[in-house]
Ligand binder design. Structure first.
Ligand SMILES: NC(=O)c1ccc[n+]([C@@H]2O[C@H](COP(=O)([O-])OP(=O)(O)OC[C@H]3O[C@@H](n4cnc5c(N)ncnc54)[C@H](O)[C@@H]3O)[C@@H](O)[C@H]2O)c1
Length: 370
């Protein structure tokens, strides 16, 4: 049976719209996906030509409301600066649309809580980026951990950083920062693998107070460096190292230490390059190459469209996005106050095992018993 076409309205025609999401839409069209970009918005009127070059003569408006309320839009793709995500997502859900919002879904926890509630009542699905749990490497690592191949999970480490964008002053303004932009990937991966966190503390700061952004000098007003300590309960701790402070590194993105072995993701969690596994019973490192080197971090769009067309629930949930945001906001607060703060929200982590394969004893939290 032919699928009904999902009509996409894009809000924010900047860097990720121009490259990664346009490429993802082209890949989906080439693979026969029934999608069409029908509208786009950017506060900068000069970006109309960027949208039209890519998608032809579509509705373009500098007022995002015209896109999210358009009867010709089913799915709103929110690709603006982070500080605008919450407001636009809310308007789109209220208009009954499906929403894929880049990370984080909001920069305020109370607004994010409203979005989660709204998504339960809304006709539309809400999928908050990042989409790291969709990568084949992540899913295979998750299966192996949950099957008990490294025994009981005891400890974890994660890292993601780079020099930081040379565009977009908002990255370095209040509501921006490296935790929301970069740490979000690690916090999403770790919580998806280990389950909900219970407590967080952090050291955060501004390591480079001055930068050249969009060709002009600016004072950095959002934290650009963080070491976040996450307590998963039962004395299982993880550390996330993130910042616009790193030129290069060669350590794994994610390291999970178990009572019988270690598993570590190579590359970055938004761009994995396979994984390595140490098992005491094997007694040697085993290297598993990336099975899909072309896996794109924009894959959430494909997943969401398929869920809409097949009436399925997305693997990526608003509750997980909210949990990740609570960890990041409280890590920021902990960085300022020196406290360790409790994490109150819970979510059900995804499981990629077949139902008859579940080995809950190896998990800190059993996804089936949340
Ligand atoms: N740049 C990356 O490598 C990358 C990777 C993954 C995810 N992301 C996420 O994607 C989003 C966009 O990043 P970017 O690098 O493309 O930023 P960008 O600054 O290049 O583009 C953002 C665009 O949004 C527009 N905009 C701002 N407010 C708006 C509003 N109210 N209505 C309509 N348009 C508005 C801006 O004019 C700009 O064109 C961010 O949330 C970022 O965290 C970026």
């Amino acid at each position: 049976m032919a699928q009904s076409t999902v009509r996409i309205g894009i809000v924010g025609c900047g860097s990720v719209m121009r490259g990664p999401y346009t490429n993802q839409i082209k890949r989906m069209l080439a693979a026969g996906s029934a999608i069409e970009v029908t509208a786009a918005s950017d506060v900068d009127p000069l970006r109309r030509s960027i949208a039209e070059e890519r998608f032809g003569e579509i509705l373009f408006s500098t007022n995002y409301r015209e896109v999210v309320e358009s009867p010709d839009v089913d799915l709103v793709l929110v690709l603006t600066s982070m500080q605008q995500h919450g407001e636009i997502t809310r308007a789109a859900l209220e208009a009954g649309k499906h929403v894929l919002v880049e990370k984080p879904m909001s920069t305020s926890l109370s607004e994010a809580a409203e979005l989660v509630e709204l998504s339960k009542r809304s006709k539309g699905l809400l999928v908050p980026a990042p989409h790291v749990v969709l990568s084949p490497t992540f899913q295979e690592m998750s299966r192996r951990i949950h099957r008990g191949e490294i025994g009981q999970v005891l400890q974890a480490r994660a890292i993601y950083g780079w020099n930081g964008p040379s565009w977009g002053k908002w990255f370095y303004s209040p509501g921006g920062g490296s935790m929301f932009d970069l740490g979000v990937y690690n916090v999403t991966s770790l919580t998806a693998l280990l389950g909900p966190a219970q407590r967080v503390t952090a050291m955060t700061g501004i390591a480079r107070p001055e930068r050249i952004v969009d060709g002009e000098p600016m004072q950095v007003k959002a934290e650009d460096t963080a070491h976040i300590l996450i307590d998963f309960g039962r004395d299982v701790f993880a550390v996330v190292t993130t910042g616009f402070t790193m030129q290069r590194y060669r350590c794994p993105a994610i390291e999970i230490y178990g009572s019988e072995g270690t598993i570590q993701m190579l590359g970055d969690d938004w761009d994995p390059e396979g994984f390595e596994l140490w098992r005491n019973d094997v007694g040697a490192w085993q290297l598993f190459d990336e099975t899909r080197p072309d896996w794109p971090w924009t894959d959430g769009l494909r997943h969401m469209v398929e869920c809409i067309q097949h009436g399925q629930r997305p693997i990526i949930t608003p509750e997980h996005g909210y949990h990740v945001l609570e960890i990041m906001l409280k890590a920021g607060e902990a960085g300022r106050t020196g406290q360790a703060l409790p994490i109150e929200s819970r979510f059900t982590p995804p499981s990629f095992l077949a139902a008859n394969e579940r080995v809950a004893a190896h998990l800190i939290h059993d996804p089936d018993n949340q």
